[in-house]
Every structure is written in structure tokens, then in C-alpha cells.
Design a protein around this ligand. Structure first.
Ligand code: GLY
Length: 366
């Protein structure tokens, strides 16, 4: 088991990465025993998970002496305020008090929505993440970003609410559909491009088969991404500076997700297309070596990423219009994360609209 610490003073926590991490849920919750222990738990699980997995989580929480209310949500469409109200109402009906813990069992949507409900219920109760997708393990479960979408744009309502722990068990991704597993490599390549070139080297060794590899073999790669994220979060918890580099590829990625309709693309698929656009802009605006971006595009292609899936058509004008709803917009203009070279990223760049349009057109061209 690899432990990655997120050193945030009073809000510090650990990310546990390894086979068997999920089996530590009961012990971790139970460790907070005595007067300061948790009073009860709300288990918020993805409705698409095997029931046996949620049963295991519930049994562990009960084994730790907690009463458990079990709730479900399904898909990106559940990522809206109405779901948060539904969850908070159920927390209230179950009598959850300020010492209760919300356990999020699922991918990015479950983590974001359950985390946000935990952030606002009684002005904030504890939350523990058990991500079940590779994407959530390497990114969304860490760092405290929680929230929901507006119809027009992703993640526009939310709060930073750090979890008390994150349990990343690669065994849980075994049953993931191949498309979901592969899509997560969009975010993993991103870590290599913006922060930790060792991730790229490891991906190169694993090759395109990494998407189908034995999950146990992914443990060091997951831990490396978690460590990269932990460092950025520790240095910039509220995303006012350097943490923004994690949004490389997300200006177009989020715009694609909202214009195509939430859930049409996997998040990693959308981000991978966005990284190819941001890569072209990095060459044009920052003089990033074209070879660095060619390396990025080659790795993405190894996982079948970086292009829209067959049968999915996108309207470039609508995508560019949607970038103006991005959270990072200043004065109505999106601010881009660009690279000077692999491992050297910065956010906040303005890009002339015609340059962005031509980079997008180049990437969307058949
Ligand atoms: N997913 C980007 C961040 O947590 O900052």
C-alpha cells in the first residue's frame, strides 16, 4: 500500500493507493472512535456499481459501529443541484448530525456531488472518497473540488471541501468498461505533460495495453499521479495560482462536454481532445517544441484518445462559444493553460480567438 499525504495543516489527509485499500474503509472510519468519532454514515454509491461492492462498504461501516443510510445516483445527468437537495433531504431524514461522514463510492460524478452535499449539509460534514474509476483515483477524488453543473457549463456551482481520506484500490477498476478505463489515460497523460515527465516514461513502458493491464500493475502510476496532484493542491488549495495547470486541456474539454450534452463523452475523452488543441496553441503561443506535443498526441493515440469518437460530430463555433462560460474566464475571455515544454505549464494565457479556432479546426478535422 502506498500512502500519499496531502499536507494541508488542520485539513491534512492521506490517499491510500493499493490493492486492499477499499478493505480499510471500516478500520479508517473506526479509528476515529471515542467522543470525536463519527456518529453515522451516508453511503452515496453509483447506481451502476455491482450491488456487492456497495454491500461491502455498508458492512464495513456497520462493522465500525455506524448506522448507515444508503443512497444512489446515476450518471453525469445527476450532477445538478436537484440531486444535492435530494441527498441533503435524505441525510436530514436519516437524522445525520454534524459528526456524520459521507462516504462517496463511485466515479467523478458521485465524488463531486456527494462531496458537495457533504460540504453544504449543516454547513459542512466529513466526507471520505472511495473512487471506483481510474479517472477519479488519479484526479477528482483528491483536492477537495466538489460541485455540480449548470445546464450551460460544467462545474459552475461548488465548494472546496477536503475529504478526510481517499482510498484508491486498483482492484475496483477491474470491472470497469474498457471505454472508461481507457478514457482515464487522458488525465494520466495530462499529469505527465504538466507536472511529472516520469508518468510519460511509465506510460511509454506500459504501452497502449495499459488500458487493459492488470489493475495491480497500475498502482505505481496511480500513486505518481496522486503525488503530483497532492503537491499542487498543498501549494494552492483554492486554485488561485499553480493548481490551474491541472486544467490543461480542460478549456476545450469542458466546452465539448457541455455542448455535446453531459455524458456523451467520457471526461478523459473530452480532455484529450482539449489537450491536442492546447498543445497546438502551446507551440504557436509559447514556442513549445513541436516534438513535445507530438509525443503527447502519440501517447493519447495509443489509448484511442485525442479525436472525437466515431459518430460524434461537434460544432466548432458552439464549442468556442462555450469556452466563454469556462470558470477560468476573465472579462469574457477564456484563460488557457499552455506549455513551454513537457513539465513546464502555466495558466492564465489569453489566446487570439482566430488562433483558437484554427487549432480546434485542425484537431477536429477528419
Ligand atoms: N481537477 C482539477 C483540480 O482538482 O484542480
Amino acid at each position: 500500500m502506498i500512502r500519499v499525504d496531502v499536507p494541508l495543516g488542520a485539513r491534512a489527509y492521506s490517499v491510500w493507493v493499493g490493492a486492499g485499500a477499499f478493505g480499510r474503509l471500516g478500520a479508517l472510519v473506526g479509528e476515529r472512535g471515542g467522543a470525536s468519532g463519527f456518529s453515522a454514515a451516508a453511503l452515496v454509491a453509483d447506481a451502476g456499481l455491482p450491488a456487492a461492492l456497495a454491500d461491502r462498504a455498508q458492512d464495513q461501516l456497520r462493522g465500525a459501529g455506524l448506522a448507515v443510510v444508503r443512497l444512489e445516483l446515476r450518471g453525469e445527468r445527476a450532477k445538478r443541484l436537484a440531486t444535492v437537495e435530494r441527498l441533503c433531504t435524505a441525510f436530514r431524514e436519516a437524522g445525520l448530525d454534524r459528526e456524520a461522514v459521507v462516504v462517496a463510492l463511485g466515479g467523478g460524478v458521485v465524488g463531486d456531488v456527494a462531496g458537495f452535499a457533504a460540504a453544504v449539509y449543516l454547513r459542512g460534514i466529513a466526507c471520505l472518497h472511495c473512487p471506483t474509476t481510474l479517472q477519479a483515483m488519479v484526479d477528482s477524488a483528491i483536492g477537495g473540488k466538489t460541485g455540480v453543473n449548470l445546464a450551460a457549463a460544467k462545474n459552475q456551482i461548488g465548494a472546496v471541501h477536503q475529504p478526510v481520506a481517499v482510498l484508491c484500490d486498483p482492484e475496483l477498476v477491474r470491472s470497469l468498461p474498457r471505454r472508461d478505463r481507457r478514457a482515464a489515460f487522458g488525465e494520466i497523460v495530462k499529469y505527465g505533460m504538466v507536472g511529472d515527465p516520469a508518468v510519460l516514461a511509465r506510460l511509454g513502458e506500459l504501452g497502449g495495453d495499459a488500458g487493459a493491464a492488470d489493475p495491480a500493475s497500475l498502482e505505481p502510476l496511480i500513486a505518481r499521479c496522486c503525488a503530483c496532484k497532492a503537491e499542487l493542491v498543498a501549494g494552492d488549495e483554492h486554485d488561485q495560482g499553480r493548481r490551474a495547470i491541472l486544467n490543461y486541456g480542460h478549456t476545450i474539454g469542458h466546452a465539448l462536454e457541455s455542448t455535446l450534452g453531459y455524458g456523451r463523452l467520457r471526461h478523459g475523452e473530452a480532455v484529450a481532445v482539449g489537450m491536442r488543441v492546447a498543445g497546438r496553441l502551446s507551440v504557436a503561443v509559447r514556442g513549445c517544441p513541436a516534438a513535445d506535443i507530438a509525443e503527447q498526441d502519440r501517447l493519447l493515440a495509443d489509448f484511442g484518445l485525442g479525436r472525437l469518437p466515431r459518430g460524434v460530430a461537434a460544432d466548432p463555433a458552439a464549442i468556442l462559444a462555450a469556452t466563454r462560460h469556462d470558470k477560468k474566464v476573465v472579462g469574457g475571455e477564456p484563460r488557457w493553460v499552455l506549455l513551454d515544454r513537457i513539465g513546464a505549464a502555466r495558466g492564465g494565457y489569453r489566446v487570439p480567438a482566430e488562433l483558437a479556432a484554427s487549432a480546434l479546426a485542425g484537431v477536429l478535422a477528419p
